[in-house]
Design a protein around this ligand. Structure first.
Ligand SMILES: O=C(O)CCC(=O)C(=O)O
Ligand SMILES: [Fe+2]
Length: 306
C-alpha cells in the first residue's frame, strides 16, 4: 500500500444528473470515467446507509488481505440480499443506459450461410460495499477487467461498466477513488503510477461511472472518518461473474426481485445460447425455473449463506 495520494489539480469531469446517456458515454470514451452529480436522492442514500451500517457493524470485519483489499477496509458483497435499494442503482436509467450503450456492441456471425447479428447480453458481475477507514493506504492501481484476463486495446470493445456510488462524501483526504484519466487507452505494457492518478471528489448521492479498462484504486484515508462507497458492475454476460450471484443470493430473495433484475443477475440466456438449461429435452432459458410451477432445480436449491 502506498502512502502517496495524488498530485495534479486536474479533476474528473462532473456532469449533472440531467445529462443524456450519449453525453456521459462521450466523456467516458474520452477520459475513462465520469462523475454524475446527485444521481441518487437523499432517501435512497439514507436507506443504503442504514442497510450498510447494519452490515458493516454486525456481519463484516476488516480484511485479512492487506495488500490489495486493505486491512483497514471493510468490504461486503451479495448486496442484492442486503439492500432493496440495489434495484434503484441497477435500474437507474442513466447508469443502465450507459452500460447498455457501451457494452452491447453487436457482433455479426455466420451460422452456415446465414448472417446473424447478435446483441450481447449484459449481467451484474459484482456488488460490493467498500468502507475505507482512517489509516488505510492507497490500493494498488489496477484495471477491474483484469478478472476477465482482458487484453488492451481491444478494438474499442469493453467488458465492464462500473459504478461507485458515494454513500458518504468522497474527498481527496478520505480516500475518494483514484483514477488515471485516459488510461483506458493504454496497452498492457504501461505501468500505472500513483502520480498520474487523481481523486474522485463527490458528495454523497453522486456516482463515479467508469469502464473496466481504466486504471483506478481506493485512495488513502488520512481523515478521521470512514469513507463509504457502494460499487456494482455490468459486464458482458458471456464472461464469468466475478461475484458468483447464483451462490450469493438465497432463492427466496431472488424470487422477490423484479424479473429484469433476476435476468440481469444471470438467470437468463440470450441469442448466443450462453447459460441455457435442458428441461425435458428442450434447451431452455433458465429464467423458466423461476416461473410458474417450476421449482428451481435441486442444484440451486441449496441454502446460500446468509
Ligand atoms: O474503494 C474504491 O474506491 C475502489 C476499490 C477498487 O477499485 C477495488 O476494490 O477494486
Ligand atoms: Fe477496482
Amino acid at each position: 500500500m502506498s502512502e502517496t495520494n495524488v498530485s495534479a489539480d486536474v479533476k474528473l469531469t462532473t456532469l449533472p444528473n440531467t445529462a443524456s446517456v450519449e453525453e456521459a458515454v462521450e466523456v467516458i470514451y474520452r477520459d475513462g470515467g465520469v462523475i454524475i452529480e446527485g444521481l441518487f436522492d437523499d432517501e435512497t442514500i439514507a436507506g443504503l446507509r442504514a442497510d450498510l451500517d447494519r452490515t458493516f457493524n454486525k456481519e463484516v470485519s476488516f480484511g485479512e488481505e492487506a495488500e490489495f483489499l486493505g486491512a483497514q477496509t471493510r468490504r461486503a458483497g451479495k448486496l442484492f440480499a442486503r439492500s432493496k435499494h440495489m434495484v434503484d442503482i441497477a435500474l437507474n436509467p442513466l447508469y443502465y443506459g450507459i452500460a447498455k450503450n457501451i457494452l452491447q456492441k453487436t457482433i455479426d456471425i455466420w451460422i452456415g450461410q446465414t448472417r446473424q447479428t447478435i446483441v450481447p447480453d449484459i449481467q451484474i458481475g459484482v456488488t460490493q460495499a467498500i468502507q475505507i477507514h482512517p489509516g488505510q493506504g492507497a490500493q494498488p492501481l489496477h484495471r477491474d477487467d483484469m478478472v476477465f484476463l482482458w487484453r488492451h486495446p481491444d478494438y474499442n470493445r469493453e467488458g465492464r461498466v462500473q459504478i461507485m456510488v458515494a454513500v458518504s462524501d468522497f474527498t481527496k483526504e478520505n480516500g475518494g477513488t483514484l483514477v488515471i484519466p485516459e488510461s483506458h487507452k493504454w496497452d498492457d505494457e504501461r505501468m500505472p503510477l500513483n502520480e498520474e492518478a487523481i481523486s474522485t471528489e463527490m458528495t454523497a448521492g453522486s456516482a463515479l461511472i467508469w469502464i473496466g479498462s481504466t486504471y483506478h484504486g481506493g485512495g488513502n484515508n488520512s481523515s478521521t472518518a470512514p469513507r463509504t462507497g457502494l460499487t456494482m458492475a455490468y459486464d458482458l454476460a458471456n464472461l464469468r461473474q466475478e461475484e458468483n450471484q447464483y451462490l450469493s443470493l438465497p432463492l427466496a430473495t431472488l424470487k422477490e426481485l423484479p424479473e429484469e433484475i433476476q435476468r440481469l443477475l444471470g438467470w437468463d440466456s440470450g441469442d448466443n445460447y450462453m447459460g441455457y438449461v435442458e428441461i425435458d429435452g428442450q434447451f431452455t432459458n433458465p429464467h423458466t425455473l423461476l416461473q410458474g410451477d417450476h421449482e428451481a432445480t435441486d442444484a440451486v436449491g441449496i441454502a446460500a449463506p446468509k
